[in-house]
Design a protein around this ligand. Structure first.
Ligand SMILES: [Mg+2]
Length: 469
């Protein structure tokens, strides 16, 4: 049980949790900025004569925020802006469009005085305005009318309607759904699934489940697992169970009622996009099943990587040999990979390495080539996955990418971020892993400063092929 738990949230060099969760420093940058923006809005908007308050909502509030995982993506922070009045006390009250206009105007004003702000989205979205910052994040400002007497909130839409929407009630539900002993684990489970949604729907963005949809599905599935929670369950095992529950539920009935407003369906994926969602959920469920059937950590990690791609860390090893269940014989030899280092224009060859790149500068071109092609079975899929690590890659939210195909014996890359990264080459036949090689790539700001690499021994991990069902 919990075969991949060390790689999910344990002592491994890299963990899935660590890869998707913002660091304390990253959270602090966000917090400073939303505090400053909230203060500005409260002060300036008070001029309209209504008490103004703000309330952090969304992933940050829930403790389920994840890092941007692809280059160009941003952290998403939501700060609600509340105009307070009691409808019985006033003759005329502002319209939704008016509130939205006031807030948008203050944001544009704010941009003039804050060099960290890159732009204010124009025109604003139907349900919020958006301020985009230089440092890889944006803040959304949904705007509400608050009636303190009845404790009711409604969202001001740009098109002029009020929408019944109470982020506070849903947050309360989330906080009370699970006892405090298990709340952190629930938050981790939500983060894993948000990481999955970030990588699995790159080609099908209309089918991507929203954060709130995943949060409610995970919470409802986890709250039914009271026995497992009581006894304690490893993150990967809990995730298998949550995915199974989601899979069954979504195939049966796609509606996901808002737990605090039964009339609202939180599933906003359109009919046209629904099949592509189910297909990807099936891939995730298959990965979960295969990880359960795996014999060891490496087998489980490789299974999970089928759904989490470059986000899922692999065990710390150079070579991974898959052995037949009964005989203990290796299914195939490990691929030997030559790495050529070129200058940025690919004009001159600077160095050639085997199976690792002990030192390389930034902005150089690399070519990885399998040299013992004869060991690769016909029609095997050759997967090349880059797993970036280190603060530079993290800062830009570029955690990796993957490519591959039958007969793809070679792949080109570029070096960008200082740190230790991996190129992982995985050979799959009919969906099951036959062997893998991990090629560490050490990228340095100043290559000359590095000592000459010493000859080292390669570490080899053996994994038993999972029993066929
Ligand atoms: Mg948002």
């Amino acid at each position: 049980m919990g075969k991949a738990a060390r790689l999910f949230n344990g002592t491994a060099e890299q963990t899935l949790y660590g890869r998707v969760t913002p660091t304390a420093e990253q959270r602090e940058v966000l917090q400073t900025q939303w505090n400053a923006l909230a203060d500005h809005l409260k002060e300036q908007l008070a001029a309209w004569g209504y008490p103004i308050s703000t309330w952090l909502q969304g992933s940050y509030k829930y403790g389920t925020l994840i890092k941007p995982v692809h280059k160009g993506e941003e952290y998403d922070v939501d700060v609600g802006v509340y105009f307070e009045w009691n409808p019985g006390d006033v003759d005329i009250s502002p319209t939704p469009a008016q509130l939205r206009h006031w807030v948008q105007r203050e944001l544009v004003e704010y941009r003039q005085s804050n060099p960290d702000v890159e732009r204010v989205e124009e025109p604003p979205k139907e349900r919020c305005s958006r301020v985009t910052y230089q440092r890889q994040f944006h803040i959304d400002t949904p705007t509400y009318h608050l009636n303190r007497g009845t404790d009711e909130r409604r969202l001001a839409c740009l098109s002029g309607k009020w929408e019944n929407s109470d982020p506070k009630a849903l947050y309360k539900w989330f906080k009370n759904a699970i006892g405090s002993d298990n709340r952190e684990q629930l938050r981790r489970l939500v983060r894993y699934l948000k990481g999955w949604a970030a990588v699995a729907f790159e080609e099908a963005p209309a089918s991507r489940p929203s954060s709130i949809l995943l949060t409610v599905l995970t919470t409802e599935a986890f709250s039914e697992m009271w026995g497992a929670r009581l006894l304690g369950i490893a993150d990967d095992d809990a995730l298998v169970a949550v995915i199974e529950s989601m899979y069954v539920r979504m195939h049966k009935d796609r509606r996901v009622r808002n737990p605090v407003d039964r009339d609202e369906d939180l599933n906003r994926i359109s009919d046209e996009a629904w099949d592509a969602f189910l297909t990807r959920l099936t891939v995730l469920r298959d990965a979960a099943q295969m990880s359960s059937d795996a014999e060891d950590e490496a087998g489980a990690a490789l299974a999970w990587a089928g759904a989490f791609s470059f986000l899922m860390p692999l065990p710390e090893t150079d070579e991974l040999e898959v052995v037949e269940h009964l005989s203990g014989r290796a299914l195939m030899q490990i691929p030997e990979i030559q790495v050529q280092v070129f200058d940025s224009e690919r004009k001159s060859l600077l160095a050639t390495h085997m199976n690792e790149v002990p030192a390389v500068g930034r902005n150089q071109a690399l070519t990885f080539t399998i040299v013992n092609r004869q060991v690769i079975p016909d029609f095997a899929a050759i997967e090349w996955t880059v797993r970036n690590d280190g603060t530079e890659a993290d800062y830009l939210g570029d955690l990796g990418h993957a490519s591959g195909g039958i007969g793809m014996f070679s792949v080109d890359e570029r070096t960008a971020y200082v740190g230790k990264h991996y190129m992982d080459c995985i050979i799959r036949c009919n969906g099951s892993v036959f062997s893998a090689r991990r090629i560490p790539v050490f990228i340095s700001a100043d290559v000359r400063a590095l000592a000459k690499p010493v000859q080292r021994n390669w570490t080899r991990l053996r994994t038993r092929r999972g029993r066929r069902r």
